[in-house]
Ligand binder design. Sequence first.
Ligand SMILES: C[S@@+](CC[C@H](N)C(=O)[O-])C[C@H]1O[C@@H](n2cnc3c(N)ncnc32)[C@H](O)[C@@H]1O
Length: 256
Amino acid sequence: MGKWNIGIGAAVTGLRRLSREPRKGRNVMEGYIRGCGLQFGNVKELCQSDPVFQRAMGLAERRTIVTSYKLMNLFMIIAFGLIKVERGHIFEFGSYKGGSAIFMAAVAQEYLPDTNVFALDTFSGMPETDEAIDTVVPGDFDDVDADELIAYAATAGLSNLTFVPGRFEETAPALLADAGSAALVHIDCDTYPAVSYAYESCKPYMVPGGYIVLDDPQVASCLGAMEAVEEHMIRADGLHAEQAFPHLVFRYPPLD
Ligand SMILES: C[S@@+](CC[C@H](N)C(=O)[O-])C[C@H]1O[C@@H](n2cnc3c(N)ncnc32)[C@H](O)[C@@H]1O
């Protein structure tokens, strides 16, 4: 990654005064560099000219509803962040047509050759939701051809990617126990019950300072996901976000 010279934009003047040490459980400097680099600086151009990013994006882009800024941030977390924490696997809660999982697997294949990506979803539509807070309803996202998806990932050579069909509540406990450790968890499942469950189930397996990335809380139709973050992560566990743009990023267990 030597050619990467991230600029964060002239408007961000106070960065040099900040400590590089953790503050309140997360690395503020690293969060600013990724977030400001994307929003105000040159990270978009750096990603678009990077061959690893180009390949991952080419494999994923017609199969994902995750925005390109969020994929760019996942790219930076995998390429620059995961090499600084203990080894652990990558889990995605909510994969739909597989795009963001395929993207992460293609990037991990390059930078973290012994890391596996596990993509959890029913692959047949949204299960129960909380009708008091969630706008998505059971059956949404049911237009997935799981056999075609598995064949596509195999043809792309993504031997580090495993699709795990079923409700999280049925598949995650044994999967996490078997895999042993998680360094990055991408939670993209929209609803209060699913986001709550995803976070609580992965907590015991996170390596110190592991990354938990949430796609949905700032999406207009996903207040249930925000409520799960507020209750479980912020109030109960006292976490502070390392990044708020382009998605929420937390470190868990918090950095010392
Ligand atoms: C927004 S989509 C994921 C988008 C995907 N990451 C992408 O790259 O486009 C949300 C997915 O969460 C899944 N989901 C939500 N709750 C679930 C649960 N309890 N068990 C399994 N899958 C669930 C739905 O089936 C749906 O496919």
